[in-house]
Design a protein. Structure first.
Length: 767
């Protein structure tokens, strides 16, 4: 034990790097020998303790900077640690060459030993786009249908396998069957072989290759074990299997490994993190010292008490009791509202009140469980003039799938919208490449037509290959049907029809990734938003106003983000919204992961509450529009688990939510029931609310007429200088005679090419 141990009375003997630490933090700094588990609760100053520990090891000559391995998960965390250590040690910190992220450190190691895994030291690290292109090539070479077995799905499986430290030969039968009915291992192996041929690796390989090298080359492992006298790991609860195995190998010689983390904040299982790694640390490293950092420097007692009571419901955790020297503070408020729009209004009112009290908006955050929840708040803030920003994702109407859907709707509403048509003519993929688009542009410029009209004309000619012409023709006939349907269907029903018939839903269903599921949720939310509008034009005008809400980046803004994106951040005022069963906890998480996923959802709730420094407000809605249907909701089980001593509850629902739902469902006229008993809600809803309210309980069959509309709305007039019998010239087919004419479409008997059907804009009269 160090002779620099601080004493309460002799502050002069305490080195600068330890002077501001509390007793538990100093204990972690001074516990230098053997394995150490630093359990650091939310807001307890783990980074200060970790960087002070590194400074202590160097200052007391226990290790040179180059003998310390310190791994983090983000470059930002690594930079912050490096800056803090430099502040403690000055120039002595420059030798800390092994402080960085898992991947950056393994990349440095792999440069030294690349030949052992079939690479050269100048190997390339490919990005996700390159990975998908390579996998698509391999899927095609294997004669598989990429639509049925998407490259993105295979990429996700390979990433999962690498996170677990599995090589192609390590896959069991179940893993092998996960892709293309037993082709997973073969394609994984082919992918790895192709990467080696390219002298390349992906990000997963950086860890996997080094694990394989350390396992199969004892001399190299021994060299690194001697080199790293001390190992420190930040956010250990977020490590996956391959990171865990890599660290265990490196720590076996000296066993001077200190891991810092909080099992109550392990929320990344979907990307391979295993909370079991931190829970079993004391078994993996016998005799480990456990230091608990429990003094919180962030939140008020009520916020900490509410979070602590909630997380105690988890069975798999280390016990910790966070406390603070701060006194007072508001209780956590729990508010029940009628529906999501009222939730957005209530949150908006609270934020306006805070702003009126002088609270900076950049110290206010709204935390959602899923991205689709942001839409209600964005729309509301546009209406009341509150500046906001989306962190960890695009604004709702800027997301790719939303832009795609809006592009379809814009072409339906306005066929002259070339930008919209160009976005979706081949989305989903229809086999229409750049050449087809170039042909459409050329013809559109020649004739002064919109792209959609040019596409329709080209589809009924021999200017394009038969397959491309048929595809374009089919798409344009769909647009004609959709324009007909737009006159009879609600905008929301029209969107659902378009997404289904265009193949967009099928594309997302085939993409079996978490991202695809989120994109589908966003499209469902878009349809839900459209229920408020009588016409497609009204909705598109609203979107244009929202999209035009530009602001300077340095403006004072409310932050809207998912709880996952909020980890590691803090705000004075936090609004935790959508705390209902099925939303939070997520029904999908529970269905797919059972009890383990439920406990992770609870950890996510714990993280959400502990982001708040001064005030935390939780909302839940009695009714929410999900997948186009009104769903009556019950408050999240997490609300019931909050200790009563630390919360205060209120509700805007007269008679209680359960009574409301019963009366609403039993009413013959739900709109009249609400209008009579809750006029405040009925008066604030936009046009079309009656239809939106009742559509969840009354199915409306689509009333599509037989499509009799001609293509006249897209077509150009026929040329007056061409008649049957005229001699014309075509750049591709040569000279010929017009033998039939239908509008601007000509049937021509060419001298060498035979009979062809072309558009009159592609020929010129020669005699």
């Amino acid at each position: 034990m160090s002779n620099l141990a601080p004493t309460p009375t002799d502050t002069g003997s305490i080195p600068a790097y330890a002077a501001r630490l509390n007793a538990a933090q100093r204990a972690a700094v001074l516990a230098t020998e053997g394995p150490v588990l630093m359990l650091a609760g939310a807001g307890t100053g783990k980074t200060a303790a970790l960087t002070a520990r590194m400074a202590h090891l160097v200052a007391t000559r226990r290790a040179f900077p180059s003998q310390i391995l310190c791994v983090t998960f983000t470059n930002k965390a690594a930079r912050e640690m490096r800056e803090r250590v430099a502040g403690h040690l000055g120039p002595d910190a420059e030798g800390m060459q092994w402080l960085g992220t898992f991947h950056s450190i393994c990349a440095k190691m792999l440069r030294r030993h690349a030949e052992l895994v079939g690479l050269q030291s100048n190997y390339t690290i490919i990005d996700t786009d390159d990975q998908l292109r390579l996998l698509k090539t391999l899927i095609n070479e294997a004669e598989l249908d990429e639509k049925r077995w998407p490259a993105r799905q295979l990429a996700g499986l390979i990433d999962r396998w690498k996170n677990r430290g599995l090589n192609p030969a390590d896959l069991d039968a179940a893993e092998n069957e996960a892709y293309a009915a037993g082709r997973g291992a073969a394609l994984y192996g082919a992918y790895q072989a192709r990467l080696k041929a390219l002298n390349a690796c992906d990000f997963g390989d950086l860890m996997l290759h080094m694990l394989n090298i350390l396992r199969s080359h004892p001399d190299i492992l021994a060299d690194y074990q001697r080199r790293f006298r001390y190992i420190m790991v930040d956010e250990y609860q977020d490590t996956n299997a391959v990171q865990y195995l890599w660290l265990r190998l490196l720590a076996q010689a000296h066993k001077n490994i200190c891991v810092v983390g909080d099992d109550d904040q392990s929320i990344y299982s979907w990307r391979g993190a295993e909370v079991a790694n931190i829970l079993r640390f004391e078994k993996d490293f016998a005799g480990a010292q456990v230091v608990r950092l429990e003094q919180n420097y962030r939140s008020t007692p009520h916020i900490l008490g509410a979070a602590a009571g909630l997380i105690r419901a988890n069975s798999q955790r280390h016990d910790k009791t966070l406390w603070t020297e701060v006194n007072g503070g508001d209780k956590v408020r729990v508010i029940g509202v009628w529906d999501a729009p009222e939730e957005a209004r209530r949150v908006g009112e609270e934020i306006e009140r805070l702003e009126g009290e002088g609270a900076p908006l950049n110290r206010v955050a709204i935390l959602v469980r899923a991205q689709y929840q942001t839409r209600e708040f964005e729309d509301r803030f546009i209406q009341i003039g509150v500046n906001y920003r989306i962190i960890g994702g695009f604004r709702f109407y800027e997301r790719a799938e939303i832009r795609d859907a809006l592009a379809y709707l814009r072409v339906i509403a306005q066929p002259q919208d070339d930008l919209a048509f160009e976005r979706i003519y081949n989305q989903p993929k229809r086999g229409l490449g750049a050449k087809a688009l170039e042909k459409m542009h050329q013809h559109a410029r020649r004739m002064g037509l919109p792209l959609a009209a040019a596409a329709l004309q080209l589809a009924d000619s021999d200017e394009l290959p038969a397959r491309a012409a048929n595809t374009i023709g089919g798409l344009m006939r769909q647009f004609l049907r959709w324009r007909e349907a737009a006159e009879e269907m609600t905008p929301a029903d029209l969107l659902r029809l378009v997404l289904e018939e265009a193949g967009y839903n099928a594309m997302l269903a085939a993409d079996r990734t978490a991202e695809a599921a989120g994109r589908a949720e966003n499209l469902s939310e878009l349809a839900r938003a459209m229920e408020e509008y009588e016409t497609l034009g009204d909705f598109l005008e609203h979107v244009s106003l929202v999209m035009d809400n530009d602001r300077a980046d340095d403006e004072d803004t409310v932050t809207i983000m998912t709880i996952h994106a909020a980890k590691g951040l803090e705000f004075d005022h936090v609004f935790c919204v959508g705390w209902e069963e099925g939303v939070f906890p997520s029904q999908r998480a529970i269905d797919e992961g059972g009890l383990a996923s439920l406990e992770e959802e609870r950890r996510l709730a714990y993280v959400a509450i502990t982001r708040a420094k001064r005030r935390c407000l939780i909302t839940h809605a009695a009714n929410r529009r999900i997948y186009g249907q009104w769903v009556s909701s019950i408050p999240s089980r997490f609300i019931e688990e909050l200790p009563e001593d630390h919360i205060e509850q209120e509700s805007t629902l007269t008679g209680g939510a359960s009574l409301w739902r019963a009366n609403w469902r039993e009413s013959e006229d739900p709109f009249a029931h609400v209008a009579a008993t809750r006029p405040d809600i009925a008066q604030t809803r936009g046009p079309g609310w009656q239809r939106a309210l009742t559509s969840g309980y009354e199915s409306k069959p689509a009333r599509l007429k037989e499509n009799t509309r001609s293509a006249a709305s897209f077509a150009a007039p026929a040329r007056s200088d061409i008649a049957i019998g005229a001699m014309v010239a075509h750049d591709k087919f040569g000279t010929g005679c017009v033998i039939d004419q239908e509008g601007n479409k000509l049937t021509i008997q060419f001298e060498t090419a035979g009979e062809k059907r072309v558009l009159d804009s592609f020929v010129k009269v020669v005699g």
